[in-house]
Design a protein. Sequence first.
Length: 344
Amino acid sequence: MKAVQVRTDTPKQIHITEVPDPVAGAGEVRVRMEWGGICGSDLSYWKNGASGTAIMREPLILGHEVAGVVDQVGAGVTGVEVGQRVAIYPPTLVGEHDIPESTRGKDNLWPEVRYFGSAAFFPHEQGGFSTYRVVRPDQLRALPENVSTKEGAVAEPLAVAMHAVSLAGDLSGKRVLVNGVGPIGALAVAAVKFAGAREVIASDVAAESLRIASAMGATSTVNRSAGEELPADVDVTIEASGAAVAIGDCLLATVRGGTMVQVGNLPAGAVSVVLGQLVTREITYRGSYRFNPESMDAAIDAMARGLDVSPVLTHEFKIDDAAAAFATADDRSTGSSKVMLQLS
């Protein structure tokens, strides 16, 4: 089968590699992959051989935003049928840990997680940008008839956005700012709108990203590169840019006693951040990391109920053209948001 792979000896190169077809063993299911979305961590492994603290030590098949069709069911598996259309829940919890009450039931905060297309463990957890991928049955998320596998591949990043939005509480009738509307931020705009917000303001430095955010449901936009100012007294801010320099302004934009959720990944090292408004405005500032199973289920349900992700799907490439797909995803001047790979 074909696989999209990066290697330690050839940095900044995408390899379309032939690897043996996997076979579903007892208790396993094989999925013929159809679509995958390129994520920032995929780009980081391609460019840097690492994503955060996870450093590649062997060839790695990329991809964790994937969906396809079940084509083999191993012995002992029930409730799964060949031909079933599915998205894939990419994490696997590993290790035995005494979990404090504060994190029980929160898979995203489990101390050790193997994740599709991640070098955090050795051997690495190979990803899903390939013709086939064998998974456990509990990783399957059935897609409703009105949700395509292309949309299903967006269930993972939409779940990230929906998890962040859920941490802000009830948004019904509220005024919400989403700062940074790359793929996650644009999906957060849709999730905020879906959650019943009265007003959704999108802020970014790129006009094309703001255009996409408007198509995803933003009621107004703020172009920071054009000198436009953030609004005042929003009930909730979703900070999705990961730019530390923006945090002070976002806190200032949030109403006194309001909530700000940080879903944009901040740099691993020390950064200079203006936090005075956190204290004087008594803001609740919450971090948001990945998502839990219920958020992915909610993402699929939201798409089935009409949440339209199509505006964020700006480009698509076949698997043989993965190198061009990665270059496009890495270049904001292309107008790219979520770049999709057709895997089979």
